[in-house]
Design a protein around this ligand. Structure first.
Ligand SMILES: [Zn+2]
Length: 384
């Protein structure tokens, strides 16, 4: 089910993409040795994929304990009936009685195995946290300061099976039909699986597939739509357990397309969360435009999530944890919407910087202003 010749037979010599810039760390075989060079980050295995591969998380910043008594958010939300309050999403039994000082942010890479731009930016962030410079040697002092004041949990690939099946580390200047075939795959009868109609086949049957697209785990499941199934994939169980152990304020779910960036917010997110995500999306887009990058070239109106009454992994992460769960589609750099690896890394790092700035000022939790909450935390206790 991993016969690369079905791709090279159709498109010819693709050896150009065997080369990658040194800073473009994306494939598991390149990244695992890199994690061993990290001095401050803690790398742990948070689960195993359907194909038996390790799912890694790299953590920075002290973990502040919560005095929570349960991991069942919805039971807590239901524990009082009146008055009905749509903002009551932060019960003490689930989040603890005391607020943490640092924002907790998850950067979740490659749910679709070859959508690597967020993974590359997140791994460059590890080097920035430790040295102030990315893997090209470019200095990011503001990003370093923001990141060091945050608890960060970086998952290079939640779909490590798909990442490991990816033949080339980047899609910069790759014709989109090639990238689409790598991503979606091909059946043994020569039929190409086509986005988005292929989503009606779930799972993709491994037995009749010549090349399993990188979108899927080894069981052929698109993990984006696994949450509502009675028997979930091990990757889904892994993120659910890990995110509950962190109860993050925000989860950034990296994907790639032409670069539509953050949003649109999920249909079933509470209104406050939808507004918060839309505000953050505007802040990031404005920053990228100010920096001279070509941001937001795809309208939200044309995106599949817009207004569809469905639940995908991003919304599911909210339901499990109460976190602001953010879809961010960074560019893939394909020829039809070309971007160099350099530009894509800048875009990813600026996006992270702006998200962290937002987390430290407005805050990622809806219905409050974090700067105000923090002032109250810092105020000396009142004398009676
Ligand atoms: Zn995706």
């Amino acid at each position: 089910m991993n016969d690369l010749s079905v791709i090279t037979r159709e498109f010819g010599d693709l050896s150009e993409w065997e080369k990658r810039p040194d800073f473009w760390l994306a494939l598991p075989r390149d990244v695992v040795p890199f994690t061993r060079t990290l001095k401050e980050g803690t790398t742990r295995v948070i689960g195993r994929s359907a194909g038996g591969r390790d799912i890694l998380a790299i953590e920075y910043g002290e973990k502040e304990p919560l005095d929570a008594t349960t991991d069942n958010l919805h039971s807590c939300i239901a524990s009082s009936i009146v008055p009905p309050d749509p903002t009551a999403i932060f019960p003490a039994a689930f989040f603890g009685t005391k607020r943490r000082r640092k924002p907790v942010v998850v950067l979740q890479g490659a749910l679709h195995g070859s959508e690597f731009t967020g993974t590359v930016a997140s791994l460059n962030l590890c080097r920035i946290i430790e040295t102030g410079r990315d893997l090209r040697g470019k200095a990011w002092p503001r990003l370093q300061e923001l990141a060091r004041a945050t608890r960060l949990c970086i998952i290079p690939w939640i779909n490590v099976d798909g990442a490991d099946r990816t033949p080339w580390a980047h899609h910069s200047n790759m014709p989109h039909p090639v990238a689409e075939l790598i991503t979606q795959g091909m059946a043994k009868d020569g039929r190409k699986y086509k986005y988005p109609a292929v989503k009606a086949i779930c799972p993709i049957p491994p037995d009749t597939t010549a090349f399993m697209g990188t979108y899927y785990n080894d069981a052929g499941v698109n993990l984006q739509y696994d949450f509502c199934m009675p028997e979930r994939q091990p990757e889904t169980v892994a993120w659910m357990k890990y995110y509950l152990s962190e109860k993050p304020d925000g989860i950034v779910c990296w994907h790639c397309n032409a670069g539509s960036l953050i949003g649109p917010p999920g249909y079933y997110m509470p209104p406050g969360y939808q507004i918060e995500e839309a505000r953050l999306a505007g802040a990031v887009r404005a920053r990228l435009l100010r920096e001279g990058l070509r941001a937001g070239r795809v309208s939200w109106a044309g995106l599949p999530g817009m207004g569809k009454p469905g639940i995908e992994q991003i919304t599911a992460a909210f339901f499990v944890t109460g976190a602001l769960s953010i879809l961010c589609e960074l560019p893939s750099g394909c020829r039809e919407w070309y971007m160099s690896c350099d530009e894509m890394l800048d875009m990813g790092l600026l996006t992270i910087e702006e998200i962290l700035f937002y987390a430290h000022t407005d805050g990622l939790r809806p219905y409050e202003l974090w700067e105000k909450v923090r002032k109250q935390l810092d105020a000396p206790p009142r004398k009676a």
